[in-house]
Design a protein around this ligand. Structure first.
Ligand SMILES: Cc1ncc(COP(=O)(O)O)c(C=O)c1O
Length: 455
């Protein structure tokens, strides 16, 4: 990584010696020293010691306002007392029964209460597993193999989702992805109806269409709701399974997620993050005819040849179920989401003001309680003052000049804010004071960037 204008990095290294030492040790035992690619930070990641509400504290004793909030899982903030108590109660009763248990039934009931257009739930271990199962259900239901995926949309890290994330979209983002998996994925630019019809209209081998109706990666290129409506109509008439990946937007954009917010309902929805109240977990929800492919019947041919097979040691484990059951009722009336949305809007407005005042080349935008950050839009000819679905997603998803994002993240940490590289999440625990402090931190960090000639 280029070391232009090293003063931010110098300060960062000087003030985070324990994190630096831990990363040095980590690299000797953990592959790459990291457990999630998005946690990669130059010159090294910070190590966190504890967290509460909107804050976390690193091992060097710094207090940080947190905009990761569990990769978006903690819409109530860290350590919400009701969720904590539910986890503690369950901890005393056992963490894994290797058996069905009552909490998984209550959890499923609550999910369906918030997502009433779905008939059934199936729990899985993560968002990645949720999209994997949804794709299998779509293929089984239709007897077809192809899946349409949109450029720039993210659906976890399995092989069927490892393509069309960043430019060049036709190439997998990883080594080790078999050609056979990618060959079954048909790639379409987002929000482009003509391109979609060119791809889909004359084919009879499409099992499903998967997309983020809103969210993190999709939020980078806002979804066109008219496009979503047409997609719903087309897939319905063609017998193609429409999958909304609401791993981020589920329970966040509204109690019933983006589908409720936009009034557009898919056949299957994938969920994770908020679903499990900050513990590991995911789910697929959907219509009975598709979901009931998972049902055992008194018919060996069905069970062996036609049923959808699914396992997973930690599916609906009691701790995650307890956290989910404690969390979801708190989200049912939409109050939590409104509080987080208002904080999100205040942060976007405040940082936009700072960017204008400083005259730096940066933009923040987004929907609901998600804040997207883009550096150097003008240099790349992007009009992000009014972001819409026609933006050039090649440029947006490329995040040119990655070094600037790492440097800004370090500069923000120096000013008491931990904001992810490209988009951050707000929780209902973020107070007005947190937002104000964060705006001031952006001001100081962007000024440092400007003084370093980095923006
Ligand atoms: C839209 C979307 N789908 C799927 C996933 C994968 O979820 P997980 O990280 O739980 O595997 C993510 C993760 O961020 C996501 O944002």
């Amino acid at each position: 990584m280029k070391q232009r204008g090293a003063s931010i990095y110098e300060q960062f290294c000087r003030t985070h010696p324990r994190s630096e030492a831990l990363f040095r040790q980590a690299k000797t035992v953990i592959a790459g020293g990291l457990t999630h690619d998005i946690r990669h930070l130059h010159p090294f990641p910070i190590y966190v010691d504890r967290a509460n509400a909107s804050r976390k504290w690193d091992v060097d004793g710094h207090e940080l306002i947190d905009y990761w909030v569990g990769h978006g899982a903690l819409i109530l903030g860290h350590g919400h007392p009701i969720v904590q108590q539910a986890i503690a109660r369950q901890l005393d009763r056992g963490t894994h029964y290797g058996a069905c248990h009552e909490l998984e039934v209550r959890w499923a009931e609550q999910v369906l209460k918030l997502i009433p257009w779905a008939d059934r739930v199936r729990f899985v271990g993560s968002g990645t597993e949720a999209t994997l199962l949804a794709i299998r259900l779509a293929r089984a239901a239709t007897g077809r193999s192809k899946l349409i995926k949109f450029e720039g949309h993210f659906h976890g890290w399995h092989d069927y989702a490892a393509v069309a994330i960043r430019p060049p979209f036709e190439r997998p983002v990883s080594a080790g992805v078999p050609h056979g998996a990618v060959a079954d994925i048909l790639i379409c630019p987002p929000n482009d109806w003509d391109a979609f019809m060119n791809l889909a209209s004359d084919r009879d081998d499409i099992a499903g269409v998967i997309l983020e109706p809103a969210g993190g990666s999709c939020g980078t290129i806002p979804a066109d709701h008219d496009f979503l409506k047409r997609l719903r109509e087309f897939t319905r008439t063609q017998g193609v399974v429409l999958i909304f990946d609401e791993v981020i937007s589920g329970f966040r954009l509204a109690p019933g997620g983006a589908a409720q917010r936009y009034g557009i309902y898919p056949d299957l929805t994938t969920l994770a993050k908020i679903l499990a109240g900050g513990l590991p977990g995911g789910a697929v929800v959907g219509s009975a005819p598709i979901m009931d492919q998972l049902v055992f019947r008194d018919d060996q041919t069905w069970n062996r040849e036609e049923r959808v097979w699914h396992a997973g040691t930690f599916n609906a484990n009691p701790l995650s179920a307890a956290a989910g059951v404690a969390t979801l009722p708190l989200l049912a009336d939409g109050q939590v989401q409104s509080v987080a949305d208002r904080a999100g809007q205040a942060l976007r407005n405040g940082v936009t003001e700072v960017i204008k005042t400083l005259g730096v080349d940066a933009a923040v935008y987004g929907e609901s309680s998600i804040v997207n950050l883009f550096l150097q839009p003008h240099r790349h000819g992007l009009a992000l003052d009014q972001p819409d679905s026609t933006l050039d997603h090649h440029l947006l998803m490329d995040h040119p000049n990655q070094e600037a994002y790492h440097r800004l993240r370090c500069a923000l940490i120096l000013h008491g804010v931990d904001f992810p590289l490209f988009h951050g999440w707000i929780s209902a625990a973020h107070s007005d004071e947190d937002i104000e402090k964060t705006i001031r931190a952006f001001e100081a960090a962007l000024r440092l960037m400007r003084d370093d000639d980095a923006l």
